[in-house]
Design a protein around this ligand. Sequence first.
Ligand SMILES: [Zn+2]
Length: 170
Amino acid sequence: MRFCPHCASPLVLRPYEGDERLACPDAACGFVHWENPVPVVMAVVEYLQPGESAGRILLARNRAWEPGMLGLIAGYLEKGEWPEAAAAREVREETGLVAESVNLIGNYFFDRKNQVLLAYHVRAQGEIVLNEELVEYRLFAPADVPPLPTAIGRIMNDWLLRQFDIRRLS
Ligand SMILES: [Zn+2]
């Protein structure tokens, strides 16, 4: 961001409480670019077929990612939407699956993108139909889930440990 979104003045760096922020030089305007983190919902999808009580974990590849990369289902909250509802909606939109339960795993921080990740375990059923954001998916037994990078890996490791007592090193 280089210009004030209120008055279009070029922003300048100003000290605030020991930090520097881009701010509007016009004192009457007073805009400060706080860079507040953006909340993102993440879903560890457990895919259950009819009659199954324990499912397999669905990981998917975004079309922007290189072959071989897999991740969780993720998305932004809509205005006025509860995070649990957003997690269920993203799973429905991206995989076609219908959530039967949505449970909080925890909150995480993705430093590089300045995002707060609200991570949920979503048990889901139905027919897998990927939307245009995803190019492929794979299903894994919990013990066979591959290591995942960054905060996604921490979410998965925490969940595997809690749910199945599976301890992962990476
Ligand atoms: Zn301004």
